[in-house]
Design a protein around this ligand. Sequence first.
Ligand SMILES: C[S@@+](CC[C@H](N)C(=O)[O-])C[C@H]1O[C@@H](n2cnc3c(N)ncnc32)[C@H](O)[C@@H]1O
Length: 152
Amino acid sequence: MKTLILAVGRARPGPEKTLFDHYASRLRGGLAVVEVEEKRPLPVPARKEREAELLLAQVPPGAVLVALDEHGKAWSSLALARALEKWQDDSRPALAFAIGGADGHGTALLARADVVVSLGALTWPHMLVRALIAEQVYRAQCILGGHPYHRE
Ligand SMILES: C[S@@+](CC[C@H](N)C(=O)[O-])C[C@H]1O[C@@H](n2cnc3c(N)ncnc32)[C@H](O)[C@@H]1O
């Protein structure tokens, strides 16, 4: 199953990108990043819907879409691993994690998402969210492969 991150905003070189690259390089199957950006100055609601449109245009057909949102479901690492296993067993062609912009996701993106997942009640900077997702997918692969990286 192809795994990708769909993100609003561009990555710049720096410690967050180094951290992301560190975990992404460990992943079996890799982790592609697709970045989208709306440069026009738009009011917040219109910007969120435009960003949702741009993100949705990048979702591969039949992909599982996981929207990252601090108000979503708080999954454990084990729950993510089990979900990953199920999506693989269901032969889903791709898994896309969507990271929103400064004001969060638009309604169309949240409506399309298979699941909306929270990484805790704190708000994380979007570049750190990329690294957290890369680490959690790596952890999920270790859980499914019986590797001792993860301890319950
Ligand atoms: C700077 S945050 C935007 C925060 C904004 N207040 C909101 O309502 O979403 C940018 C993106 O990072 C992701 N993000 C930040 N903190 C998160 C968390 N605790 N759980 C899940 N995703 C988070 C979300 O995808 C969010 O759209």
